[in-house]
Write a protein that binds this ligand. Structure first.
Ligand code: GRF
Length: 209
């Protein structure tokens, strides 16, 4: 069943509508899609996937399950799309563009990001993708992992939501460590963090009624 077929029944005040921003392969997006399919992303529902890269494989993952997607790098257009789709919070899942302070202020709803290290280690400007794992191995840490955090105007500087540690092995390469952190930490953590944030938004909404 396509995503759109199931929307009518799900589209109610108990649903927290999320948009996922991606730039590349989208394995974290896939983890969210799989959890939603298993009924384990509630109260969240993936309404939109947006990419700044028209060639991102993540877009195919979205279209395969009938999730609406857009390609744009323009923040005003992004704001308009999020507003039109009544998005409750934004999930950055391998989004390689840094959102401006202006965008963060105007969106005025939670934005969360997944980072492949234990923040505050190996994070901040220039620390993305395979570089994170190269730096961790260069330093010689014995444990790394992943962090989901709120996004504020400081890159990787917002409040931490969840973290998971992963052991570093003696024979690790950056690629091996990256793969293990994805499998053991990122794909587990991001859906859990979405549920946590979704539940807290739902609670705030219920207090306002
Ligand atoms: C992940 O390692 C994530 O932590 C980082 O970018 C990578 C994206 O991978 N922010 P994918 O596109 O989800 O496969």
């Amino acid at each position: 069943m396509l995503k759109t077929d199931s929307l009518a029944s799900k589209n109610n005040s108990e649903t927290i509508r999320i948009a996922v921003l991606v730039s590349g392969g989208g394995t974290n997006l896939q983890a969210l899609i799989d959890k939603e399919k298993d009924g384990k992303l509630s109260p969240c529902s993936i309404e939109l996937v947006i990419s700044n890269n028209s060639r991102a494989f993540a877009l195919k993952r979205a279209s395969d399950v009938g999730i609406e997607s857009f390609v744009t790098s323009d923040e005003e257009e992004l704001l308009r799309i999020l507003d039109e789709h009544k998005i409750d919070f934004l999930v950055l899942a391998g989004y390689l563009k840094i959102l401006s302070k202006d965008f963060i202020a105007k969106f005025a709803k939670p934005i969360i990001n997944i980072h492949p290290s234990l923040i505050p280690s190996f994070c901040g400007k220039g620390c993305y993708g395979i570089h994170v794992h190269e730096k961790a191995l260069e330093y010689g840490v014995k444990v790394s992992g992943a962090t989901v955090h709120y996004v504020n105007k400081i890159p990787d500087g917002g409040e931490i939501i969840l973290q998971k540690a992963v052991d570093v092995m003696d024979d690790d390469t950056p690629e091996k460590l990256q793969k293990r952190i994805m499998e053991e930490a990122e794909w587990v953590l991001l859906p859990k963090a979405c549920v946590k944030v979704g539940e807290s938004i739902l609670l705030q909404k219920s207090k306002r009624i």
